[in-house]
Design a protein around this ligand. Sequence first.
Ligand code: SAM
Length: 390
Amino acid sequence: MKDEHLEALLGHFKQLSASGTLVKLTLSKPRVKSNSLRNVFVKPVYIKGVRQLSFVYSEDNKHRTQNFSEEQAIDVLRQLLGGFRAANLLGIQADYEWLSSKNGTSRLTFRPVDSGREANLSHDREKKRFLDPRKPYWFSLGITSRDGVVLPSMQHKFKQVDKYIGLLDPLLPEEHKGILRVVDMGSGKGYLTFAFFEHLKARYGNNISVTGVEQRSELVELTNQIVLDHHLDGLSFVKGSIESFKLQHADVLIALHACDTATDDAIAAGIHIGASVIVCAPCCHKQIRREMLESAEKLPLFRYGILLERQAEILTDTLRALIMEKYGYKTRIAEFIDAEHTPKNIMLAGIKKKMRNGGERIDDQIAGLKAYYGITTHYLETALAKLKLL
Ligand SMILES: C[S@@+](CC[C@H](N)C(=O)[O-])C[C@H]1O[C@@H](n2cnc3c(N)ncnc32)[C@H](O)[C@@H]1O
């Protein structure tokens, strides 16, 4: 006879898996005590951007793993469950327990995830002014446990993104007519993109469109899957390279730690499209460092590697800011988080002014700095030239 509780459990499993809110399924209590297969643990995994279900079989104290598609997983589970008397299904918002007696009768119980955990979280929330770690996509992104507590290993990243949003917020327009379009260049695993989307949604409602641009297709597939799972209309990720991405329109362009000159390509794209706000946190500064090295003989300032590196950072970002000023942006440079979180803690922001002025004076400043440090070109100039802006 069909076990309707078991079928209901499989139905819940399918629904949790499809909505990206499955945490884990554990099969325990083998029907035959001498059975070497003691437990099976099932968890969602992403392999090359495709969501699969990983089955870990615990047999004689050894573990063996097999991955299945969602459809296959249901069939495999139905067969496996015949050999077990207990199954615990954990979801983000609810848990289910299936128990089968020796004579074959069964029951299925349901328990919402403890709302008493709220109390513990309020402390966490006080510290995180902008983001709510209880949003289920933070769990899917691997930032929190399923009940919305930031994992110890991800505290730094979550704080970094939260602070970044904190500095971005006052640069945003008070109100926006029509859709506010945002592009995140080099979006990677999407932490900043999801965070900014969350913040903009709270601030402007549905009139937002946030796009992450990323060159690694597996990351694009992964982040788009999480968007689908959580029905985040207005957020999407596209595969592309920053330098050749055909940007149609953007009010706000952001980039967090896009590598080396990818930051320049991002700024150039923002200038080209006339974005009202451009904010980036640069990553490494190799291009200017290489150029500076060539004049290392002449300047004693460059004799020490670490000082050369710091000078390269300062010079790269000063020139970026000056070039942005030349194109009509009022710029600001600030630390967005303590250096203990990341040494790459500089944020360069540009707000588009109505009028461009001071072009010649800025040209002189740029030329003077470059001459002093023996630099021929800053890559941002090259990127602007490619866009026929220089
Ligand atoms: C250090 S990660 C930062 C990711 C994300 N912004 C964050 O902070 O969580 C840099 C990301 O930029 C992407 N990237 C670097 N250069 C790129 C380019 N030219 N075009 C597109 N993506 C690029 C990398 O693949 C990587 O995922």
